[in-house]
Ligand binder design. Sequence first.
Ligand SMILES: [Cu+2]
Length: 514
Amino acid sequence: MKWARRVSLCVLTTLAVTGTAAAQAPQVRMKWQDFVAGPDGAKRLASLTIAIKKMKSLDASPQTSADYRRSWQYWANIHGYYGSTSPDGTVEQQVSYLKKHGMSRYVSDYQGISDQTAPDAIAKTVWATCQHSGGPGQQALNFFGWHRMYLYYFERVLRWASGDDTLRLPYWDYTDPTQLALPAEFRQASAVVYDAKRSPTMNAGTSSLRSGSTNVNALLKGTDYFRYESGIEEGVHGYVHCTVGPTCPVAHMGDVPLAGNDPVFYHHHANIDRLWACWQNLHGTPKGAWQDQKFSFVDETGTLQTKPVSFVVDASTLGYAYDNATSCSRPSTTLVAAAPHGAAEGARALVHKSSAVRITKPQTVVDLDIPPARLGAAVGDLDRAAPVELVLRDVTAASHPGVLFDVFLAKKGSPEAREHVGTISWFGAFRHHGTSGPVKKTLTYDVTEALRALGGADLSGAGLTVIVEATEGRDSSDPAAAAASRTSAAAAFRAEAKLSIGAIELQAAPMPPK
Ligand SMILES: [Cu+2]
């Protein structure tokens, strides 16, 4: 009898929750600039503001209450937190890591941040569970799946807190090169979406993300799901964390255990989630045991929810759809014949592979020794369907190198006329959930446009140079500020980190026989 009663209660609860979900008609997750536009935009922003204020007001709730599980702090802690019960260690340990690795100037960013203790079994289950790769020898561990489920339950709490059933998370559309600055609303010190623990120049609007660092065109063409997942995570995802935060691993956005404290985190991750949806629309979703992995969150009633990744694979069942998840590539500057689906992956051939490159100075210049005929075949016809790609294989370092690194391509002998192709960043790379140690990653950049800008076919006589240079990762329109930023990046470079690149490769589609 007792058992039967429990079962029927359980069924009732399930029905109630399903009923709530069914009542939520799918709504659009919009790009931020549309979300805030016009009179309707003012209403949407008002809803979001009410929701965040409400969640922040619950930070002081009794720690085992449902209200605390709906608080801003609680949701940040689900991503990560510092304290003796955390796999990320304590604030004190983080501060001593910074001091030990030449980053003492960032210690002041930890003022006002205190250790926390998971108050009950639910918090112990869900706190500090974010999935990122980056530990020694680890592949991406359901980075997309965990973060989609996180945003899904976070969005439900937002709706509860706003009282607005139509509220959906807007995304920061920085893959569009016109949206590289932090949107204005995030820069107003009085706004609830403002956070003082960011890069001061990003918050002032005097610096922005770099166009070449947010270009995902090359990745979108790849047909291997796990390669795409780690390419997005290690590429644009980590880059945005490390440039919105002062750097990595520094509070808030640059430091995994604290990143979820900054409101822009959720709009950054909505774009990352959209980039997953973009890839799913192009290539489908592979089946596999990865979809069986289960993760736990809390819902808007403060109830523990445990679901397999398969629960979030089809976003249309989760009550939202992106305004654009079908044409996510950046338009090329010239008309390029469309690549047939899946052709790009197999059609590339290795043009050149360098020997290992040690990064011992803030700037390293590597001439790629490619015979002119071979280089000419690779860059002679850039209007071919498949892109030309630069691959940095097995980038490794023993400890944090202190800075990010820009990657440029140049014509051999003319290094000043260089083209930016991407940025290497270190979000969660050296310390993550208790693991610490060397990092190893492979980065792929679409360099078709860079080669075109450098002269295309004319390059074959001169040769190609790759430049790897310490950077803070941001663009500045003010030349003096840009120069100051370069100087401080060079000063922050740590040769002790023993950064190296296993090989630099150039890959291109084979030229059709003439
Ligand atoms: Cu993230």
